[in-house]
Design a protein. Structure first.
Length: 364
């Protein structure tokens, strides 16, 4: 097991990464204020891992309840959130009841928002079971639900007390989900860690073959990058750079997810196409060369990811991107690449360049 720390003062918390961690109840017990918890999972993950997690906790004296949600991004909405509240109220859960998220990013986001808002805040633990959740969404405290007009528009910052990433769960992950997680792994190399990107180029075949050593290294290195960024800019308030840089590809990507309908594209797939769009726009601004863009494209293709966006049309992209959370005073603030390994926030891209990028990078 490898452990990292998200350094947030009194709200600091550990990230434990390794095989067989679901069975190690002691890692969880020390973060429960009382021996009572509710596990939130979904219909895909629960049959595989719920009892593996629950049995040792029950044997240690923890009173557990559970709610099993439908699986998919299309269920990350207010109706599903209310079903979590209903379960908490029906079981008479109080402020000391810990909510444990067992699943991917959707489960983590829903459970975290429920934890942030139920009785104005209850303890929360993340146990991510997808690569994307282990390397990105489980760390940093962003929680929320989607709105028909935009992804993640309703939510809160609510840090977990623990992130427990059992890499054994990646062995049952569908191939498409594994590739989607690799998009967020590649992102860290592109925005701030060129040596890691070079490692990914050398080891992508091992990662796709689910080599346990390679996967553990990728998860740990990604979490280390995320933890450093979050510790420096927890609430994404830096005027330049900061936590916003973690959104490389996300402005274009969220437009794809919203435009085609939640659940049609996996989040990582949309981010991959969005990162290549950001690279293309960076090229048009004179920052990246054609060989840089081609290098990024090659790595995404090797990861099994799409490199062309959905055919929504430039005007629809611009409309959806206008709802993005990174819009400041009516100006769209994009995350672009000055070079491979160095990202910046940029508000001065012209409409013409953005439209040309969309038209060059999207299916007709």
């Amino acid at each position: 097991m490898r452990s990292l720390n998200v350094s947030l003062g009194a709200r600091a918390y550990p990230i434990h990464i390794g095989a067989g961690l679901l069975r190690r109840s002691a890692l969880i017990l020390e973060h429960l204020p009382t021996p009572r918890a509710m596990i939130v999972s979904n219909s895909t993950v629960a049959p595989l891992y719920l009892e593996t997690l629950a049995v040792p906790l029950r044997e240690a004296g923890v009173t557990l309840t559970q709610i099993i949600l439908p699986d998919g991004e299309q269920y990350k909405n207010g109706e599903t959130l209310n079903s979590i509240y209903d379960a908490l109220l029906t079981q008479r859960c109080d402020r000391s009841t810990t909510i444990i998220a067992l699943g991917g990013g959707v489960i983590g986001d829903l459970s975290g928002f429920a934890a942030a808002s139920y009785q104005r805040g209850v303890p929360f633990i993340q146990i991510p079971t997808t690569l994307l959740a282990q390397v990105d969404s489980s760390v940093g405290g962003k929680t929320g639900i989607n709105h028909p007009r935009g992804k993640n528009m309703i939510g809160a910052f609510w840090q977990p007390r623990l992130v427990l990433a059992d890499t054994d769960t990646l062995q049952t992950l569908p191939e498409r989900e594994l590739s989607a997680g690799l998009a967020e792994v590649i992102k860290y190399g592109l925005i701030r860690d060129l040596p890691f990107l070079e490692w990914l180029e050398a080891n992508m075949d091992l990662l796709r073959a689910r080599d346990s050593v390679a996967l553990s290294y990728a998860v740990e290195h990604s979490c280390r990058n995320k933890a450093e960024v979050v510790a420096a800019d927890e609430f994404e308030t830096a005027k330049e750079g900061g936590r916003a840089l973690l959104n490389l590809g996300h402005t274009f990507g969220h437009a794809i997810e919203t435009g085609v309908g939640y659940g049609e594209w996996l989040h990582g797939e949309a981010v991959a196409a969005g990162m290549l769009m950001a690279a293309e726009l960076s090229h048009r601004l004179g920052w990246l060369g054609k060989t840089d863009v081609a290098r990024i494209r090659r790595l995404l293709v090797r990861a099994g990811l799409p490199v062309r966006g959905a055919a929504l049309g430039a005007e629809r992209y611009l409309e959806l991107m206008g709802h993005d959370k990174k819009v400041v005073a009516g100006r769209l603030r994009l995350v672009l690449l000055r070079s491979i390994g160095e990202a910046v926030t940029w508000s001065d891209a012209s409409r013409e360049d953005i439209v040309a990028t969309i038209e060059a990078c999207c299916h007709e």
